[in-house]
Design a binder for this molecule. Structure first.
Ligand code: NDP
Length: 500
């Protein structure tokens, strides 16, 4: 539990340092440029943040390369890296109030969630990979007796990580925890819309004993710092989370110059299937919580409810009633269920989709407006559309806001066909009291994660990532190490038998 009585006052008292962290030091951009960090809570300026460019990225990557090659971190015994990672996790926990306040200030989510969910999950993630790294064994292949083939894992080298703004500290942790634990050096480019917690993470990593140059954070714009990182020949592996549009560019950058390994965790338009024998009350509650959580700015948000015609009215009525409990409020108040969307651009995007839904003939059941405009911040009411047709933009495109589209389905086959009729394949959910039916449907859904009679079940032990245009990588779980390690085979010739 936190010890803060007045979060707004606490946040106002924070000293925010927006400089990059390169080579173990906070530094300004070489060109000296900055950009304004604006809080979506009230539209006010919070800080000036370093506007990193290609020269700053180059400085960070060069240092990370030297640090990797001289083995100051990569060559340490896993049990020693583990100690540093565990100290790092402890420091994140010890600074939970500060990190939660920065996260909320920067991207607008309710501070109670930043504190209880994002920061705690980030600390847990760092701890889990720290704990894991000295428990992984390599392999000996089942070859003939005349040879021994060792299959060992080695860190891949310099990892360039690029992350979005919706869960800034958590997305950063999902990348850096397995990458650092495995012995890599990392250059992280957070979103320009929410860079503050990534910078504080790098301070805490240094404090925990991570050697200089092993973990660097360079804030800046995507088309400047992000592109420079993705194109840099000193990077061995690109780990990207963001939109499918940018993900496609990242894959192209990775193929230019030196070929880099590239992993993408991208967008979604996740279907939530409610069959005619479902527990409609539980389904509606779960759907409402999941679509409105984090202002709808979740890659796996169930933004398409595909509901059996026989229960669609009951489902819609319940979701409409439940939406009232998610009205946006002051993110600094503990009871606030939904905060501000990240910035004016995102607000306009969400309102633009709502206008498109109305124009295309969908029926607005609730919400659909900007609210709390008098605060100077960017808030949207929880919005539900029904009578949505599969071809409408609100049925096909990722909105990334608190907007649910409900589509009717006349049979299970039709529901599955609708669910799979998407370029995305990140997550899905199916609701039925008949487990056999639910599991049969689950098997046919093309998505990286399928929930049965649930949504947003979450554990660091399970992989997370998508099919199709939702990307190719997997964050979380031991599978994340696959991205940040190379497999090496070493053959050792043996004699055929003991000499006579
Ligand atoms: P963007 O794709 O706009 O940005 C993601 C990151 O890429 C940001 O750091 C951005 O920098 C950077 N970037 C933008 N353009 C370039 C470029 N040309 N070269 C290199 N880097 C670039 O996504 P959003 O930040 O808007 O995040 C929302 C998206 O992320 C949604 O689609 C969401 O579904 C997805 N997401 C996926 C997750 C998953 O695990 N599958 C998890 C969380 C989110 P800057 O912002 O500074 O311009």
């Amino acid at each position: 539990m936190d010890g803060v009585t007045d979060w707004a006052a606490y946040a106002a008292g924070l000293q925010v340092d927006g400089r990059a962290l390169i080579g173990g030091q906070r530094v300004s951009a070489i060109a000296g440029d900055t950009f304004d960090c604006i809080s979506p809570i009230d539209g006010r300026k919070v800080a000036e943040v370093c506007r990193g460019q290609a020269a700053d990225i180059d400085r960070a990557v060069q240092g990370a390369r030297v640090a990797f090659d001289d083995g100051r971190w990569a060559h340490r015994a896993p049990r020693d890296r583990k100690k540093v990672m565990l100290r790092f996790a402890d420091l994140v926990r010890a600074h939970a109030d500060e990190l939660a306040a920065l996260e909320t200030l920067d991207m607008g989510k309710p501070v109670a969630m930043s504190r209880a969910v994002d920061v705690q999950s980030a600390a847990d993630c760092l701890r889990w990979y720290g704990e894991a790294i000295d428990k992984l064994y390599d392999e000996v292949a089942p070859t003939a007796r005349t040879a021994l083939a060792l299959i060992t894992r080695e860190p891949v080298g310099v990892v360039g990580a690029i992350v979005p703004w919706n869960y800034p500290i958590l997305m950063s942790s999902w990348k850096i925890a397995p990458a650092l634990a495995a012995g890599n050096s990392v250059v992280l480019k957070p979103s320009e819309k929410a860079a503050l917690t990534a910078l504080r993470l790098a301070d805490l990593a240094l404090q925990a004993g991570l050697p200089d140059h092993v973990f660097n954070v360079v804030p800046g714009f995507g088309h400047e710092a992000g592109q420079a990182l993705a194109l840099h020949d000193g990077v061995d592996c690109l780990a990207f989370t963001g939109s499918t549009r940018t993900g496609k560019q990242i894959v192209q950058y990775a193929g230019q110059g030196r070929l880099k390994r590239v992993f993408t965790e991208l967008g979604g338009k996740s279907p939530f299937l409610v069959l005619d024998d479902a527990d409609v009350e539980a389904a509606a509650r779960t759907c409402a919580s999941a679509i409105f959580f984090n202002q709808g700015e979740s890659c796996n948000a169930p933004s398409r409810a595909i509901v059996a015609r026989g229960v669609i009215d009951a489902f819609t009525e319940r979701v409409q009633a439940l939406a009232a409990g998610f009205q946006p409020g002051d993110p600094w108040q503990r009871a606030t269920p939904m905060g501000a969307v990240v910035d004016r651009t995102q607000l306009d995007t969400v309102l633009g989709y709502i206008a498109a839904g109305l124009q295309d003939g969908a029926r607005l059941v609730t919400g659909g407006q900007q609210v709390r405009a008098d605060t100077g911040g960017f808030y949207v009411s929880p919005t539900v559309f029904t009578d949505v047709q599969p071809g409408m933009r609100i049925a096909r495109e990722e909105i990334f806001g608190p907007v649910l589209s409900i589509l009717p389905a006349d049979s299970i086959e039709a529901a599955v066909a609708l669910a799979n009729d998407s370029n995305y394949g990140l997550a899905a959910s199916v609701w039925s009291r008949d487990l056999d039916r639910a599991l049969t449907v689950a098997r046919t859904l093309r998505a990286g994660t399928v929930h049965v009679n649930s949504y947003d079940e979450d554990d660091i032990t399970v992989p997370f990532g998508g099919f199709k245009d939702s990307g190719n990588g997997r964050d979380k779980s031991l599978h994340a190490f696959d991205k940040y390690t190379e497999l090496k085979t070493t053959w050792i010739r043996l004699s055929a038998g003991l000499a006579p």
